[in-house]
Design a binder for this molecule. Sequence first.
Ligand code: SF4
Length: 227
Amino acid sequence: MSRQLVSFSDLRSAAYCPRKCYYQRTRDDYDREPPPEVAEIRALATRYEDLLDRSVDALEAEPIAVSPEAYRDRLSRTRDRLREAGHWDRLREPADRDVLCAGRHCRGIVHKVLDAPLAPAVVSPGSPPDQGVWEPQSVHAVAAAKALAWEYETPVDRTWIEYPAHGVIRRIDLTVRRKARYRRALRTVRELDGPPPRIDNRSKCEACEFAADCGVRTRTLRSLLGL
Ligand code: SF4
């Protein structure tokens, strides 16, 4: 019997909100292809040295999320910190890119494959939190590590998450807690057999593309109604 592998994107959305994951999996018209802007931002993660050499004017034309001055400053600090720890070149010139990996339970594209030691890097088009990484991205990164470890038959105990529009790169270790959250998301996806309850976190709903279908009153709608 073939293995039912869960996609990285389903795991990510299940960690964000199980109901959102349900909508993604059941809507025939849901487009899983990311918009072109996402590819443009992800491409920044392949050009760090080039971006560091760019003038402020040239950086203005790049899909960065902060001012060119702030971007250069942040990316320089990221480079210095990672170079000192011996990781900059591995992240800048990974052993492989955009590799489709199928693990024991999940599958998806690993944006960068680093070697010595083997580790995946997930390239996020979004913004980093003040510290650490967002939980859906942590789940995604653990899934990428598990798939990579399975595919290469080599243990993986850390992953990287890059936020190239912000010049930020963060390392995360596969702690017991992170792995438990990954397993919880996996269970959530596998057990979906109807729409799960709505979550209470309205700030997540504000950013959710299914808010209108879901019937959640977001701030935008409330303010339109003058409530
Ligand atoms: S609007 Fe909120 S409750 Fe509904 S699917 Fe989106 S995040 Fe989940």
